[in-house]
Design a protein around this ligand. Sequence first.
Ligand code: NAD
Length: 343
Amino acid sequence: MSKRIPATLIAGDGIGPEIVEATLVALDALAAPFDWDAQAAGLAGIQAAGDPLPQATLASIRKTRLALKGPLETPSGGGYRSSNVRLREEFQLYANLRPARTIVPGGRFDKIDLVVVRENLEGLYIGHEHYVQIDDDPHAVAMATGINTRAGCRHIIEYAFEHAIATGRKKVTIVHKANIMKALTGIFKETAEQMYEEKYKGRIAMDSVIVDACAMKLVLNPWQFDVLVTTNLFGDILSDLVAGLVGGLGMAPGANIGRDAAIFEAVHGSAPDIAGQGKANPTALMLAAALMLDHVQRKDLGDRLRNAIDATLNVDMVRTGDLGGSASTGAFAKALVSRIKNG
Ligand code: NAD
């Protein structure tokens, strides 16, 4: 019997429980080695324990150092701080790896195979924000502070280059806005250039591009890119853009990686507009589970899961509504299981 691996499971909010259930069905069919400890977070955490990030959930991840997570709802404007951001901070998950690969051919863009590496702990997401009252308007002025450190830049740039070299990639593109935010993102560009000279020159190509031009180039000719590495906010935006190149958010997985913990999730959110209707595409979370299998040195199972997803979508033609099909979340999972079992 293969070694069992304890892991935390967070079903999440909105479509979370539906796509997590579908993913567990697939992992069971693969006989994946995880022993799950189910915990709550987000709205479900408030309902279960009065806290969007309950102590029991944190204690579980502290123990397992590994989690599969459904999306968590965060109120816009006011309300509680994102549990996703808090989880990344708590476990110092500094690298957010977001691969985007065409699985369903014939879309607007074909044969896409890109990776966005997003810095996950710094920049404008650190939450140093406040309003200034003028006269009787309490929200007359809004202020935010961004912080990028040399050490944080070095960590993420090193991660991007090491990942790119280990996976046989050809080029790393540094995405920045150093022409305007000369210090905040200048430090990122400068650190990348220094590290390239010190450690990576001759081993892999590097170039750099300003984020707005990068967005345009990704839409005009995405094939010119390979691995993109960037700061937190730009990475958040560009990874959704890149998901759009491969069929939408239903196809985009993400891995949050730290030195001694990792949390796997879909790039998308809780999709409240379709929650509870059995319409959600579970592929993104299943692909995240495949990354989790790779991470625990079971790439054999990760590859079987990816191959079965490919065949279910392209040979059996079982697809959810976001991909133009009519299958429910459950019907997709069922078709996938017969692919896993029967090859
Ligand atoms: P969203 O990603 O939830 O949805 C955007 C659009 O994509 C919606 O039309 C939705 O129906 C569709 N969509 C998303 N996932 C899909 C899937 N698997 N199958 C089919 N269609 C899918 O973004 P939003 O509506 O802006 O955010 C909703 C909530 O999710 C917010 O509270 C936000 O804070 C949260 N959020 C959480 C995470 C996370 O947990 N990592 C990430 C992003 C957003």
